[in-house]
Design a protein around this ligand. Sequence first.
Ligand code: MV4
Length: 462
Amino acid sequence: MTKAMAPSNDGQVIRRVLVANRGEIAVRVQRACRELGLEVVQVYSEADRDSLAVQMADYAVCIGPARASKSYLLGERVVEAAKALRADAIHPGYGFLSENAAFARLCESEGVRFIGPPGDVIALMGDKASARAMAVAAGVPVTPGSSGTVSSPAEAKAIAADLGYPVILKAVAGGGGRGMRVVEREADLAASFESASREATAAFGDGTMYVEKYLVNIRHVEIQILSDGDNVLHLGERDCSSQRRNQKLVEESPSPALSTALRDAMGEAAVRLCRHVGYRSAGTIECIVDPAAQRFYFMEMNTRVQVEHPVTECVTGIDVVKEQIRIAQGEPLVIRQSQVQLSGHAIECRINAEDPARNFMPSPGRVDAFRVPGGPGVRVDSHVFSGYVIPPDYDSLIAKLICWGRDREEALARMRRALTELRVDGVHTTAPFLLRLIDSAAFRQGAVHTRFVESFIQETSS
Ligand code: MV4
């Protein structure tokens, strides 16, 4: 790869960053590095040889075949590449190794900075039961549930009898809905417990479970955190209630469901919890919100930058990825909480290469033509270009459309316009479905709960 002339950044401890991810987030992280005058090393699998991230990087290193377990998930190989190319730091993006405590520790022990929290904090908050215990200790409300893990269906049954049904069984190592079961009645509990635990063992190597009262008609609202280890800031919330099978489709900020009082309480609670655990870097506190009662409950913490971080960037003007890198360089946060002002309204639509007409079946392949929307208040984060071949080996996210407006109505109008402007010829995408979703009465009124999308699909596909 030809080496681009990087602007001088004398005195910086980080001069070259290895991006240990792919797709749109790899391009996003590279952009943050460029703006900070840092060089970029891009690792890639054979399936990503012709990718935009490889084309944009100063250096590129193939670390293995398409299968993630033989490439992007091989921590030792990623660190080897960093040392061979003299990268001072590694940015893990999201997914892959981004919440792998052992990988974070390996980086640090090999003298390569991990752009994220310390490994111990990843482990502490990655275990959903210990994260809950930290929330309780920090005085943050949690959903009624077991005070720790439960070791058998019988123990879960006893706790569920106290809580009342429905309950939700969750794996401590779970994420993205895996190792989780909603149980409506006692007769189903034992089988659900066994299957959830088996699923978690297969997916995460740990089948340990805990139990919570299942709250219905709720919203999924998360708080963006930035911390340099001393100063802890929150950057407002993102409402992520529009989900299908625990995959977020649309996110927005601010949440239509929060009063100012609830927003402030959630922000303060998130900061309190992160202070309590000694958090550093960017992170997200995921909460359940009961809009009717205007109450919130801590659900879990994500110790990584999230797919939907641009929504927060649009309403606060703060570049979350650049702040993460600055924190890793040892720079103190210069932003004060009083300077964090939410301005306007932002909505993100995730464009997946999937076919809504065929139950969202993945639709990889060659993108014959790719035309992105533009104009005032429109941002597109994507790694796709005309002629790009979407590989079948990874998740189906191909672009994020983020639209900002002075208020929700303008943001919605912009998103509708941007979705109609988008052209992705050669593969199916979720764009037409998303257009119908944001045009629905419930979405326009800001009245969706976490089960809305599933019911919307039922109603509109029959
Ligand atoms: C819950 C919940 C209701 N009550 N916990 C979803 C995955 C992970 N983030 C935890 N999740 C939830 N936990 C209690 N006590 C609702 C969700 C939830 C959800 C659950 C089932 C199907 C779709 C969902 C979408 C968002 C949140």
